[in-house]
Design a protein around this ligand. Structure first.
Ligand SMILES: [Zn+2]
Length: 337
């Protein structure tokens, strides 16, 4: 698995960056891949090489906008807890897990360095059980429900209150004209949210591993489309929060050896996960109450069970279809639970 980490470098590389742009323009025009051709520009050849390789081969790049300084693996040293790039006299702290295989490359922009790191994927755990995940519910950022064991894990208090708190603070500062403070507050909010997302997604992976389970979530695209009508509280959150959470789940799943699957949402919050009834359910705050079978349950957990069930149902549907294609005349069986 390859991950890219972004970190502020706090150095002025405007000279190198403008040289890099010239090299890229040269590459686009002359289709050259030899750094000897652009030596006269004065950019380090290790960097020129990378830029030429990228831009001279690109069929789509007609004009060059902003070019990053690309430093290849062989021009990067790892010394204790730092990454050192001799040709730019730049050192960056390693703030990410140290168990990487290698650093593939570092890209340097005006303010940030983008560090591409390879990690080994963990061997996949068996998918004996199914954990359905309901995200950003009224009270928690993640509610994970294991379909086969009935275990429910509620993680991270809702981000709504954090979001509202900081929104109000920003509005207040806006009125007072304290613009710098607003940025500070915004950064603080995203650090807090990021931290919560890190903790909750790691705990989710541990839960899945403990239960020998795969993780099933609703498809993000669909969630965003239906968010407004389905769940107002979801809509009030930034979509980047969903995105960040999903990215973390995706990459941690590789690290933990957990499989992640997606299902299209289908009445996941309205349906009773015990009896399947849709019509007669009551949502009372955080509780889901089914008038038909009488179940009272955390609404996030109910949605999670439905999500897990949708996935398992889809699999069994698929295998009966396949058997029928093979000429198997057995009566299709109900979804196994
Ligand atoms: Zn019911």
């Amino acid at each position: 698995m390859i991950l890219t980490y972004k970190i502020g470098h706090e150095k002025d590389f405007s000279r190198e960056l403008s040289l890099a742009k010239k090299v890229a323009e040269y590459g686009v025009q002359h289709k050259s891949v030899s750094s000897a051709d652009v030596k006269h520009f004065g950019l380090k050849s290790a960097i020129s090489n990378q830029i030429l390789r990228k831009y001279s081969r690109s069929k789509t790049a007609k004009s060059v906008k902003s070019v990053k300084l690309t430093i290849p693996s062989q021009s990067i040293r790892v010394v204790e807890d730092k990454i050192f790039i001799p040709c730019l006299k730049l050192s960056l702290p390693i703030y990410f897990p140290r168990d990487f295989v290698k650093i593939n490359q570092v890209e340097i922009g005006e303010d940030f360095a983008y560090i591409s790191v390879s990690y080994t994927d963990a061997p996949k755990i068996p998918e004996l059980r199914t954990v359905g995940v309901d995200r950003n519910t009224t009270h928690h950022t993640i509610v994970a429900s294991c379909l086969e064991t009935g275990k429910v894990l509620k993680l991270g208090k809702s981000l709504n209150h954090i979001h509202h708190k900081y929104k109000n603070m920003r509005r207040h500062l806006q009125k007072m004209g304290k613009l710098r403070k607003i940025k500070e507050i915004r950064d603080r909010e995203s650090r807090i949210v990021r931290d919560i997302n890190h903790k909750t997604t790691t705990a989710l992976m541990q839960f899945a591993r403990e239960n020998d389970a795969c993780v099933v979530m609703e498809d993000l695209k669909d969630i965003r489309k239906t968010a407004k009508s389905r769940r107002k509280q979801r809509y009030s959150l930034h979509s980047w929060n969903f995105y960040q959470q999903q990215m973390m789940i995706e990459y941690k799943s590789k690290k933990f050896g957990v499989s992640v699957h997606y299902v299209a949402p289908q009445y996941t919050s309205q349906r009773c996960s015990r009896c399947g009834n849709i019509e007669q359910a009551n949502r009372n705050g955080n509780l889901f109450q089914c008038k038909k079978c009488g179940i009272v349950e955390d609404s996030g957990a109910n949605a999670g069970f439905n999500i897990a069930y949708l996935y398992r149902q889809g699999i069994s549907q698929f295998s009966t279809d396949r058997d029928m294609l093979k000429g198997n005349t057995d009566t299709p069986k109900e979804a196994l639970l």
